[in-house]
Design a protein around this ligand. Structure first.
Ligand code: ADP
Ligand code: ASP
Ligand code: MG
Length: 826
């Protein structure tokens, strides 16, 4: 393709020419591609066209601040010239610049005096930005390239255009003659051409319309018989949707001209809609590339598309109005549509979309908002008689609408695409007012309220581009359990995605008073730093709203706190369709009425509430109970050591050291709560036993349990420090119990026990030395299930029942269990 004799056209948009540094990057991109003649089409420096238009508009509105804007524009170019060019070139550039500057200034001054300016003059003023950037580029390339000819071309001298219904129509013959005159046929260097501007049929300056430099590039490609056009911008190519509204966009590798045209026409700003037609006629491929990442391949637009995805992209355009013409008198009357659209064409009203009910009872079409009233007049005039005699009953105009377009060549003949589009709109609560599908089946369009547009694009986009197993995850609590959970997620997310197409996206993190929200996903390798740089004050409602984004197929909140206030919100979340995963015991051990209500709300919301880690950390205790019950077994008795802390204390205590000393050591090693009474009171174990009981189907309250509090009565309400100080007073008592047990060949264990009738106790027991509970190590938890099936020999679950890593792993396992429920093939 890169034949040395054919041109390659490179177009750089304003986004690639914002600063002197950007100009330098462009020069280096070009320097790497000197394998034949080059045509460089440039836009104005980023934002300059807007500034020029602003200057004129301020002046027309008698606002003299236009002078400040004008001098800021001059200053910007002056600084860029100083930065990029040697003194001689910089002064040559500024001399030309100041000539142009005087023109613009005069035009603005005149507008200030008269209070008006013609559209044509306004367009002329807006075109200077391209003249300046092209000259800057010319000088810069001249000094960058060794031994290469660099010339520049004012496109107003070459490209001739007239007006057409769809914008501008190129006069190819005249444009060709001009170009051939201006660029020698044997030119082998680099020609820098102004984008956006041209001359009209009378030879006066005009423009190709906003964003018209893309069009200039493809026109120049035809005139110079180029082999390729590269449009360099600030994104990696044409994306599946506008990256400013959808964060999960992907680069489209390949598009057909038709697909690109539809996307551009319906709002993909990355390309000017008319860009394609000259390229199509000469079959010139267009590449959309990223100036900021020139190594990326970008999007190739050519005669053929790739058939891998039925839907290539989703766009929307705002500012639409729908005109609806209704009347029984139109049924079966040939030529009605022709009369209508003929009259609209004559009045130069461009129709963006048409939809006609198959009954022919109504015709409905969309035009830009600014043409809405004109369109109404045209309809009312054209059908004056039909309206008078009642054949047409109503002509209504609805403004402020958007058109959503779903584009792809291979939607053709593929059933189910439209169904998917409309069901995702329905699920997102978007009201569809009008539907149209071109007979090419390349585009499904829907008219919707402007206020719904972004939501609609996101919803349709995720239905085609997100894995159906995408979970939007909000983690509350980034401490003991949250922190290792995030680390575990970070190391496994890539594998889960590639192996199972499971897309776990942590989109929100919350901790005590701050939150961190991310549109696509939080960077889990640097979340703590991101909290510093991008964190904001915690607003739990906003946090949940963000995580619960409509375009996310599934949403889950992971509560890694021990906070009752957070737990109190589960009901709202579960009912609203948000799944909940948590190691927080508060909700499951609350009053039975609250617990039951929570389960009812969960059923209403058709959601999952997973809390395996509330008992035994990562050990499969809740799951075991569920499996036993669901397979029809009946649990007759459950016994267990459910506190890692108490397990540790009584594993360590062998009578050689006072019990109080062991408590202090355990506390120092982080094996107890800061106030060890929280463990010794037995309440934590009682809560866990309550959760087990409820899982077994028993209507049990924590207060129904008999709990032996290991904190001596006289120390139960003292300060924590006094408690620690006075604990040795009771060593004797514990030692006594230990020795009594030892005498009978038994050991002390703090055991929770529940019979099938619901009688539950939590107490320190002396157990025979051969009991399963006598041989646990460190912080092990152990639970023994006696059931109808496991009657001779109980089912035992045993292992470390505390610790941040195993608890986090248990929460992670719950997340994966949830994903499996939601359809992931893990
Ligand atoms: P340039 O100045 O290079 O011509 P534009 O701002 O005109 O750049 O166009 C590029 C922008 O188009 C991107 O930054 C992006 O925000 C926007 N855009 C809208 N829709 C799409 C899409 N489907 N794919 C890529 N970019 C899009
Ligand atoms: N500078 C013009 C505009 O901003 C043309 C372009 O950049 O394509 O619309
Ligand atoms: Mg553009």
């Amino acid at each position: 393709m890169n034949s040395s004799s054919t041109y390659i056209v490179h177009k750089f948009g304003g986004t690639s020419l914002k600063t002197a540094d950007r100009f330098r990057s462009v020069a280096s991109i070009l320097a790497d591609r000197l394998y034949g003649p080059q045509c460089i089409v440039v836009s104005a420096m980023g934002g300059v066209t807007d500034e020029l238009l602003k200057i004129i508009d301020l002046a027309v509105h008698s606002d003299e601040s236009y002078k400040d804007v004008l001098s800021a524009v001059r200053q910007r170019h002056f600084e860029a010239a100083q930065d990029l060019l040697d003194d001689k070139s910089a002064s040559a550039f500024m001399a030309d610049f100041d000539n142009d500057y005087a023109h613009v200034s005069n035009m603005a001054d005149a507008a200030l005096v008269t209070g008006k300016i013609s559209e044509n003059a306004r367009a002329v003023a807006s075109g200077y930005g391209e003249l300046w950037s092209a000259q800057l580029m010319r000088y810069l390339l001249f000094s960058t390239f060794d031994n290469r000819e660099v010339m520049w071309l004012d496109a107003r001298k070459a490209i001739v255009v007239g007006a057409s219904e769809s914008g501008v129509a190129v006069d190819w013959e005249r444009s060709q003659v001009n170009t051939d005159e201006l660029i020698p046929s044997d030119f082998a260097g680099t020609v820098v051409v102004t984008g956006y501007i041209a001359q009209d049929l009378d030879g006066r300056p005009t423009t190709l319309g906003r964003n018209g430099s893309d069009f200039s590039a493809s026109i120049m490609a035809c005139l110079l018989k180029a082999s390729q056009v590269h449009i360099w911008t600030d994104v990696d190519g044409v994306m599946t949707a506008d990256p400013r509204s959808v964060s999960e966009v992907q680069v489209i590798e390949q598009l057909s001209y038709n697909e690109a045209m539809e996307l551009a026409y319906f709002g993909a700003k990355v390309l000017h809609p008319q860009t394609m037609s000259p390229a199509v006629s000469h079959n010139i491929p267009i590449y959309i590339r990223n100036t900021f990442a020139p190594e990326n391949p970008g999007t190739r637009i050519g005669a053929v598309s790739s058939a891998d995805q039925p839907v290539k992209g989703i766009t929307s355009i705002d500012g639409m109005a729908v005109v609806n013409v209704e009347g029984a008198g139109m049924i079966g009357v040939p030529g009605t549509a022709q009369r209508l659209f003929g009259a609209l064409a004559e009045a130069s009203v461009s129709v963006v979309m048409i939809s006609q009910g198959s009954s022919e009872h109504s015709i409905c079409f969309a035009v830009k908002d600014q043409f809405a009233e004109c369109a109404r007049d045209v309809v009312e005039n054209t059908f004056k008689d039909d309206i008078a005699n009642g054949n047409i009953q109503r002509v209504t105009v609805t403004p402020s609408l958007s058109i959503l377009a779903v584009v792809g060549d291979s939607m053709h003949g593929k059933p189910g695409v439209a169904a998917k589009v409309f069901s995702s709109l329905g699920n997102a609560g978007v009201n569809v007012r009008v539907i149209a599908q071109g007979s090419s089946e390349r585009n499904i369009s829907a008219v919707i309220d402007q206020s719904d547009a972004m939501r609609a694009v996101r919803a349709v986009h995720s239905s085609f581009y997100l894995s159906p197993q995408t979970l939007s995850i909000g983690v509350i609590g980034c401490g003991t359990v949250g922190r290792p959970l995030l680390a575990q997620l970070s190391s496994q997310i890539g594998r889960l995605s590639s192996q199972f197409n499971l897309d776990l996206r942590v989109r929100g993190l919350a901790r005590s008073s701050r939150m961190l929200l991310a549109d696509a996903r939080v960077d889990l390798d640097h979340w703590a730093e991101r909290f510093e740089s991008d964190g904001e004050p915690l607003d739990i409602d906003r946090f949940v709203d963000h995580v619960n984004a409509e375009h996310m197929p599934h949403v889950v909140i992971v509560d890694c706190t021990a906070d009752a206030a957070v737990a109190a919100r589960y009901g709202d979340w579960l009912e609203a369709g948000i799944h909940v995963v948590t190691p927080n015991k508060k909700a499951c051990s609350a009053s039975f009425t609250d617990y039951k209500r929570l389960q009812e709300r969960r059923i209403k919301g058709d959601t999952r509430f997973l809390y395996e880690t509330t008992v035994g950390a990562g050990l499969p205790i809740i799951q075991t109970i569920r499996d036993l019950r669901e397979t029809g077994d009946r649990i007759t008795r459950v016994q267990g050591i459910l506190s890692g802390t108490l397990a540790y204390l009584f594993n360590q205590f062998d009578g050689s050291k006072p019990f109080s000393e062991i408590v202090l050591e355990a506390r120092a090693s982080g094996f107890t709560e800061p106030d060890p009474r929280d463990d010794l009171s037995g309440m934590d174990v009682a809560r866990k036993l309550t959760i087990i009981a409820r899982e077994m189907g028993l209507e049990l309250e924590v207060s129904d349990l008999e709990v032996e509090n290991l904190v001596p009565a006289s120390l139960q309400s003292t300060s924590a420090s006094e408690f620690l100080e006075r604990l040795p007073e009771f060593d004797e008592h514990v030692l006594q119990r230990f020795n009594d047990a030892k005498e009978q060949g038994k050991v002390l264990r703090y055991v929770a026990e529940l019979g099938s009738g619901g009688r539950g106790t939590v107490a320190l027991r002396a157990l025979p030395g051969d009991h399963a509970f006598a041989h646990i190590s460190l912080t092990d938890n152990i639970v023994q299930f006696e059931t109808e099936r496991y009657c001779d020999n109980p089912l035992i679950v045993q292992g470390p029942g505390a610790g941040p890593d195993v608890t986090a792993a248990g929460v992670f396992a719950d997340l994966l269990r949830l994903s499996a429920y939601l359809g992931a093939a893990i």
